[in-house]
Design a protein around this ligand. Structure first.
Ligand code: GTP
Ligand code: MG
Length: 210
């Protein structure tokens, strides 16, 4: 019976996606449900990826200008777990004060939010490995925060993306013995959606069994 069930594992279906709140306080909302958060440089495609996963275009606000998401945004999925949209890091065009506020919001959330179950670190596949991303990933390792890598925008210049992804893996392997979970995505072409949702689903099921 169990084998039959495993063989017929259904893809996760998103039945509902609700915006719950925006804030700068990592303690909010007071809810113990699991959270899956998305982080990465400004403009890397965090909000677009959340919309692609949720299957709702306007759920998280997106923009071609970097610095659009400035707060922690919680979206409740299937009334059971959260997708969390975070401000980007490494965006030089905001004021120094704002930069440090973004920094504090992100750092507090990432380091102190106990509901955070997996942090998806988004990497722009159109760029060669960036020091800021590699440093961020190193820091997560030092802090023992569970994370996975998500390469974004793997669509228009595919060959270039593939080359950059390979370079990024090699850069990680100079510091890590093995690669973290790794996903290739495009929100525009809906690439990687099932893989990411399956990954989240598996974690949710494991936590339930415990
Ligand atoms: P901030 O909130 O400013 O940190 O940005 P973000 O990481 O949330 O990025 P956002 O989702 O707002 O997208 C930034 C830009 O990238 C927009 O112009 C999107 O249309 C574009 N974009 C997002 N995903 C993709 C993708 O899969 N492929 C391509 N080609 N462009 C994308
Ligand atoms: Mg955003």
């Amino acid at each position: 019976m169990l084998i039959k069930q495993l063989n017929h594992k259904k893809d996760m279906i998103i039945q509902s996606a609700k915006f719950i709140c925006s804030n700068t306080d990592y303690k909010k909302p007071e809810d113990r449900r699991l959270e899956f958060a998305f982080i990465g440089r400004s403009n890397v495609g965090k909000s677009s990826l959340i919309n692609m996963l949720a299957g709702e275009k306007g759920l998280a606000k997106t923009s071609s200008k970097p610095g659009k998401t400035r707060l922690i945004n919680h979206f409740l999925i299937n009334d059971s777990w959260y997708l969390v949209d975070l401000p980007g890091y490494g965006f030089a065009k905001v004021s120094k004060t704002m930069l440090s506020e973004f920094g504090k919001t992100i750092t507090d959330y990432v380091e102190k939010r106990s509901q955070l179950t997996c942090l998806f670190v988004l990497i722009d596949s159109r760029l060669e490995p960036q020091r800021i991303d590699l440093n961020f990933v190193r820091r997560l390792g030092q802090l023992g925060i569970p994370f996975a890598i998500v390469q974004t925008k793997c669509d228009k210049k595919r060959a270039e993306s593939e080359k950059n992804i390979e370079l990024f893996k090699q850069a990680l392997l100079t510091e890590w013995e093995e690669l973290p979970p790794f996903f290739i995505t495009s929100s525009e072409e809906r690439i990687g959606r099932d893989e990411l949702l399956d990954y989240i689903d598996d974690i949710c099921n494991k936590v339930k069994i415990k």
